[in-house]
Design a protein around this ligand. Sequence first.
Ligand SMILES: [Zn+2]
Length: 169
Amino acid sequence: MALAVTHVLVVIIILELFRYYVFEKDKFPRYLVVIGGIAGLVPDVDIPLGWFLSLVSGTTVYFHGLFTHSIFFVLLFLALAFIRHYQDDQKWAKIFAVIAVGWFFHLVLDCFYGGFSSTETKLFLWPLTIMPSFCPSWNVYLFAPHIDAILLVVWLIHEEIHGYIKKYV
Ligand SMILES: [Zn+2]
């Protein structure tokens, strides 16, 4: 599985590219990029949730990858986006759409990275109990901390070069 910085930054970069090259900027406000980036990390909420439930129950509760790593949630947010779109609520249609995008790329990255232990069963198709066989086994997860660090540094340099870091002027 990929680590936090990669999950957030990959979605931010993809949405930023779409914002720049596909949509008009005023039709795609910057907060959508932020929401999408955060949504890119949300499926891993089952990790701290497991810690909390372990603390409360006194036994080890671990269900990372069981439910939140399902394409079901992507389809759910996509459906909500379409519903809001046809109800002419474009603001929420876009919010649900970027959440679906962030969630989807979390699953893509985890699938691509691999490295799940037997207790980290990724049920990408939950509630169906079919185990996915389409994820490559390239062991990219071994380099996850390195990729995280490189991506963060490159992104920071990019932000600085383009003058996006303004607080310290
Ligand atoms: Zn994950």
